[in-house]
Design a protein around this ligand. Structure first.
Ligand code: PLP
Length: 403
């Protein structure tokens, strides 16, 4: 976003991008337009193919809605790209990318570890539609290069990756993909638009579960894909207008309110996570802590190069699976501040046990070197902790009851 004095800062962008005082009422806060249809002067054009290039004239909610549009402009500006499509969930955003840019006979290279839902979509659903998928450890650039084929249309990664915090060298992977004429997409949910400049690193399509950091308060589910206008227009025609997984205006309005404070919250998430990670590393019962902001993270150098904020996601181990499961049970019974629950990026801290064997059976099904790489980060299982915005001293006091 530019201003008469040049680009606006990230805090100003998060607050003002996509918004303007209402010209009719002077309302300073954005309106919530709960309208599914819009009175129009267009006499024809009831097809996704008639979508206006700039999406400025509203017709029907699956094409666009002013409140959703406001959030889309805000996320696009935060990511430093032209356009964004908001979707009903993060999974709808992943599906939007895959089903817009992949067809039967195409090949995709995808991260062998990702959010479990995306992993299952890649392994089970895409092949049913005739799309070949090669799963690679995206931290191994030779493996990425070796996996690319003449019919590779998409390279999809996630950095930092859920649930183990492994990073992808996004600039290097983008170069490999672009040399082969493929698009690159990245699930940047863990980093948020503040944690890394994903588009500047060469990624074409940036995906978020906005249920997480961007919304930030654990009260609204949504997704987003941001990128160049021509790519987002294709996704809007396929995923929104035809597949129909659009975001509701109410969720957009809630999520935009959260997004306005994202830079401030990310600073506090990272500060809290650094303090908790350092404390965890000093506990004798904790055998391994993975946090990009720790010097002990195997890719700390890459984290320093690629990330502007290390975000709030920590993974830690306490020994074998039985020890992890017993500790999880204690957490369920004893934690008072931290919620034992899935999800992440909320102002409330959340923690959840993820056993390696169980995840291998259900979602990742890794073997050989890929399984070894996973175990190098996760051992027999990790506690995935999403450090919220509470005082770090209170989070540490809560954890000390069980560790
Ligand atoms: N991507 C990541 C990294 C996630 O953690 C999640 C959910 O946990 C998703 C995608 C899916 O998002 P949603 O639950 O909004 O569909």
């Amino acid at each position: 976003m530019t201003h008469r004095n040049g680009p606006r800062g990230p805090m100003t962008t998060a607050i003002h991008a996509g918004e303007a005082p209402d010209t009719a009422t002077g309302a300073s806060a954005p309106a919530l337009h709960m309208s599914s249809t819009f009175v129009t002067d267009q006499v024809a054009g009831f097809s996704a193919h008639d979508l206006e290039e700039d999406n400025s004239a509203y017709l029907y909610a699956r094409w666009g809605n002013p409140t959703v549009d406001m959030l889309e402009k805000k996320i696009a500006a935060m990511e430093g790209v032209d356009a964004c499509l908001c979707t009903a969930s993060g999974m709808a955003a992943a599906s939007a990318i895959f089903f817009t840019f992949l067809s039967a006979g195409d090949h995709a290279v995808m991260s062998d570890v990702s959010y479990a839902g995306v992993a299952e979509l890649a392994r089970d659903t895409l092949p049913r539609w005739g799309i070949e998928v090669t799963l690679v450890d995206m931290s191994d650039l030779n493996a990425v290069a070796a996996a690319i084929r003449p019919n590779t249309k998409l390279v999809h990664t996630e950095s930092p990756v859920n649930p183990i915090g492994r990073l992808t060298d996004l600039a290097a992977v983008a170069r490999l993909a672009h040399d082969a004429g493929a698009l690159v997409s990245c699930d940047a949910t863990f980093a948020s638009p503040i944690g890394q400049k994903t588009a500047a690193l060469g990624v074409d399509l940036i995906m978020h579960s906005v249920t997480k950091y961007i919304g930030g308060h654990g009260d609204a589910v949504g997704g987003a894909v941001a990128g160049r206008a021509e790519l987002i227009a294709q996704i809007r025609a396929e995923a929104a207008i035809h597949h129909g997984g659009i975001m509701s205006p109410f969720n957009a309005w809630m999520i935009a309110r959260g997004a306005a404070t994202l830079p401030l919250r990310m600073r506090a998430h990272a500060e809290g996570a650094q303090a908790v990670a350092e404390w965890l590393e000093a506990q004798s019962s904790v055998t391994r802590v993975i946090y990009p902001g720790l010097k002990s993270h195997p890719q700390h150098d890459l984290a320093q190069l690629q990330m502007d904020n290390y975000s709030g996601m920590i993974s830690f181990q306490v020994g074998d699976a039985a020890t992890g499961e017993a500790l999880a049970q204690q957490m369920i019974e004893k934690l008072q501040t931290i919620h034992y629950a899935v999800s992440l990026g909320h102002h409330r801290s959340l923690i959840f046990w993820m056993g390696t064997d169980a995840l291998m059976d259900t979602s990742f099904r890794l073997e050989g070197a890929q399984l070894e790489s996973y175990r190098a980060y996760a051992g027999d299982g990790v506690f995935r902790m999403s450090v919220g915005l509470e005082d770090a001293v209170d989070l540490i006091a809560d954890l000390s009851q069980v560790l």
